[in-house]
Design a protein. Structure first.
Ligand code: NI
Length: 399
């Protein structure tokens, strides 16, 4: 059975709105990059202490923090990421970033505020029988290898945990709503580097050279056939070459080239095939032009795959709080990556989108844009949804 009267929880969360807005604006003004979230961690610790949210552990994997609400070993975890991006804010907001060249352009300030708000609600609503809820504030989501693995290595996933919940701001959904999806919701995000070693020479005498630019161009084009001709068309995959550096001057043929790119997939099977398929193509081209190559493939974040029964529980919890019309079914996963996936290797979880958009205020700039903005009306909604899901997971155990 549901653990509390739902609208009371939403009302209570709305009462917290001014406090949540204040926290959000304070965090928004001091964005810090991955693994440098010191001021951010100080603010979180200060609020946890002033709200009497207990068992605070700081300095985990650098700047990470956990705190426990309720009695007993935590059975549910709520996770927020803490880092900002090297983006110069152009929102013109009175509470814009005070750190030049840095901005919370991905809404991680919203996530931290939401988890803090959920902690404030749970402090009041968790009963003796429920068991505990762990709040996780994790550094460095944006920069692989990310902060999640360090947090896990330092034991933040205790044995008793039965579910972990994460969220991401979504400016294309209206504030007051959330988006849910079963199965994969974010992709595996891997990286690769290819260096080509040919032989340079005079631009007028190509026959005396082995042109790394011609070979590299061929590789860029042919890598696209890995996706279009070697992967099942019903299976999403992306190979993007994001950087190609070679050459110095118009009349000199380049002997060296360096290419870097990213590979996105949604399933372990396709993901595992990619490096081999790519190298097959690269080797074939390099051999035929008689150049040497070095190919390195770096495994990044695994895909985020939601647990089906937790999605059903989340949908039900959120519908009761927000109304059915405000719980959207997300049709497709994003090919973006998220290190929330590492937690899912040891505990089932659900990751959802929090609507932060507002068309009237033209708040529709995408993630990582210098004008990215979140409608603050989303803050109490996020806190209430997180708290309700935790209560429903814990309450459901009595049935
Ligand atoms: Ni993000």
């Amino acid at each position: 059975m549901a653990a509390c009267a739902d609208n009371k929880l939403m009302d209570k969360s709305r009462e917290l709105a001014p406090k949540l807005t204040e926290i959000y604006r304070e965090l928004h003004q001091i964005p810090e990059l991955a693994f440098e979230e010191y001021k951010t961690a100080e603010i979180i610790e200060r609020i946890l202490k002033s709200e009497a949210i207990g068992e605070i552990r700081t300095g985990i994997a650098g700047t990470g923090i956990t705190a426990c609400v309720g009695r007993g070993a935590p059975k549910v975890a709520l996770r927020a990421d803490m880092d900002a991006l090297p983006v110069t804010e152009q929102t013109g907001l009175p509470y814009s970033s005070k750190h030049p060249g840095k901005m919370h352009a991905c809404g991680h300030d919203v996530h931290m505020t939401a988890v803090l708000g959920a902690g404030m609600l749970l402090k009041e609503y968790l009963s003796e029988q429920h068991g505990g809820v762990k709040l996780i504030f994790q550094p460095a989501e944006e920069t692989p290898p990310g902060g999640a693995r360090g947090m896990i290595r330092q034991g933040v996933i205790n044995e008793e945990l039965e579910a972990i919940v994460g969220l991401h701001s979504q400016p294309f959904l209206p504030a007051g709503s959330i988006g849910v999806k079963e199965g994969p919701i974010m992709a595996a995000a891997d990286m690769f580097t290819l260096t080509i070693a040919g032989q340079g020479g005079h631009g007028a005498l190509p026959h005396q050279t082995r042109d790394a630019i011609v070979v590299g161009s061929h590789v860029v084009q042919t890598l696209q056939t890995v996706v279009s001709r070697m992967v099942d068309p019903l299976e999403p995959a992306v190979i993007s070459v994001g950087s190609f550096h070679a050459g110095t001057k118009a009349n000199i043929i380049a002997g060296q080239a360096r290419l870097e790119g990213t590979v996105r997939t949604l399933t372990a099977e396709t993901r595992e095939r990619m490096p081999k398929l790519m190298e097959q193509v690269i080797k074939g081209i390099c051999d035929s032009y008689q150049v040497e190559y070095q190919f390195s493939y770096e495994w990044g974040y695994p895909p985020v795959v939601n647990d089906t029964s937790l999605v059903a529980l989340l949908r039900d919890s959120a519908q009761r709080l927000l109304g059915e019309e405000n719980v959207y079914q997300i049709p497709h996963p994003s090919m973006g990556g998220e290190d929330f996936s590492y937690y899912l290797e040891s505990v089932p979880g659900v990751y959802f989108y929090l609507g932060v958009g507002n068309e009237k205020l033209a708040r529709q700039y995408p993630w990582h844009h210098p004008r990215f903005q979140a409608d603050e009306a989303a803050l109490p909604v996020a806190a209430a949804v997180l708290a309700q899901v935790a209560l429903d997971v814990l309450g459901g155990q009595d049935e």
